[in-house]
Write a protein that binds this ligand. Structure first.
Ligand code: GAL
Length: 390
């Protein structure tokens, strides 16, 4: 199975999940809070703050063409209005390091974590949070913009709002629908201001939002509820992407909805380490939907599977790629696939238990060991296709 020339093949990470010692962020505080839902703190993570050259080497040597990573706002602006040149230089070295290895740097400006000073002022509920975020983007773009290949404003704002303000599983740990709606508005505004800030240059990287999407499947009688859930979690954001250069789709599973609510896994369908169904076809469904609703070119900026069985990962990506190929055959503009994740890393509330990595990381020595799936997917990337499993 072959993919077009120019199709992007990449791997993704996020600062807090791999860097380690990210102590000025709201997540660090959340992990150490009495009664935290987190199974364990992030600690040293994968020590990528120091070992990033090894990560880039792996990504490039395996055969990928792009590396998606996030820059940590709380390191760059550790106190309000106080900017760390050293942190910006650090991320500039990573962008440079990508370029030197032939990797296109795909930079995310907000991946779940915010600085503690902002959290103390109300986080995304602080009246000026969108402006503060845009100011950070502008500073970061001034330092890195000429090297950035793709710019992602806010990673999964819908997850930030849902997990943080309804399910209480992300900071600030709140359960309140009304507050979630206000935070949705703030995140939409933050995204729009960030697009403007990032476009102020230097550089001319395409700018977009990366959204968590699921394939909502209504069972008889569940249609209206499925529409409502999908609308509130996804469309609110897709409708805010007008004028962007692309939309990033990040999909992990389907969600079945009956008349009384969301249903758990269907008997007989395998379940991942995350507790949801292994359902790779959800990527195809959401790519089609994101393209139709936004009218923008689509990139799959994340998909992957938490599993201890690496063979299941190969089967998962094979089915995902078949779906992407069907989209291309139907003329859907999907420009690439970025696998979550390069490394086994800190999976938020679930700590280091779920393993999404193409590469295993020894928790004591930080040694990186590519799994068979890393070599398999890297070969597909190198050749723009090949034999898919199954
Ligand atoms: C996404 C998130 C990533 C990663 C992944 C796997 O929602 O952007 O940070 O955790 O899910 O669960």
């Amino acid at each position: 199975m072959s993919f077009p020339d120019g199709f992007l093949w990449g791997t993704a990470t996020a600062a807090h999940q791999i860097e380690g010692g990210n102590a000025t962020s709201d997540w660090w505080e959340f992990e150490h809070r009495p009664g935290t839902p987190c199974l364990e703190p992030s600690g040293d993570a994968c020590d990528s703050w120091h070992r990033w050259p090894e990560d880039l080497d792996l990504c490039a040597v395996l055969g990928f063409g792009t590396y998606r990573f996030s820059i940590e706002w709380s390191r760059i602006e550790p106190a309000e209005g106080e900017w760390s040149r050293a942190a910006l230089d650090h991320y500039r070295r990573i962008c440079d390091g990508c370029r030197e290895r032939g990797l296109v740097p795909m930079v995310t400006f907000h991946h779940f974590t915010s600085p503690r000073w902002l959290a103390e002022r109300g986080g995304w509920e602080a009246p000026d949070a969108p402006e503060r975020f845009a100011r950070f983007c502008q500073r970061a773009a001034a330092a890195l913009g000429d090297l950035v290949g793709w710019a992602c404003t806010i990673n999964e704002p819908n997850v930030v709002a849902l997990m943080g303000y309804v399910l209480g599983a992300f900071p600030p740990g709140v359960h309140d629908q009304d507050r979630r709606r206000r935070v949705d508005d703030a995140l939409v505004r933050g995204h729009r201001l960030a697009v403007e800030a990032l476009r102020s240059g230097p550089g001319s990287a395409p700018v977009g939002l990366t959204l968590s999407m699921s394939d909502y499947q209504a069972l008889p009688g569940g249609e209206a509820l499925a529409d409502r859930l999908r609308h509130q979690s996804e469309d609110v954001y897709l409708q805010a992407t007008g004028g962007d250069d692309f939309v990033g789709v990040q999909t992990y599973t389907r969600i079945r909805v009956g008349p009384d609510g969301m249903l758990g896994p269907e008997p007989g369908v395998p379940v991942t380490q995350m507790g949801y169904e292994l359902w790779p076809e959800a990527v195809e469904a959401t790519v089609r939907r994101a393209a139709a609703v936004s009218g923008l070119p689509v990139l799959v900026t994340e998909t992957g599977v938490g599993t201890a069985e690496d063979g299941d990962r190969i089967a998962y990506f094979s089915r995902v790629l078949q779906g992407v190929r069907r989209c291309l055959d139907d003329g859907v503009d999907v420009g690439g696939l970025v696998a979550w994740s390069l490394l086994d890393n800190f999976e938020w509330t679930l700590g280091y238990q779920p393993t999404f990595g193409l590469v295993a990381v020894d928790r004591r020595t930080f040694e990186r060991r590519p799994k068979p799936s890393a070599h398999w997917l890297g070969e597909l990337a190198r050749h723009g296709g090949g034999d898919l499993a199954g």
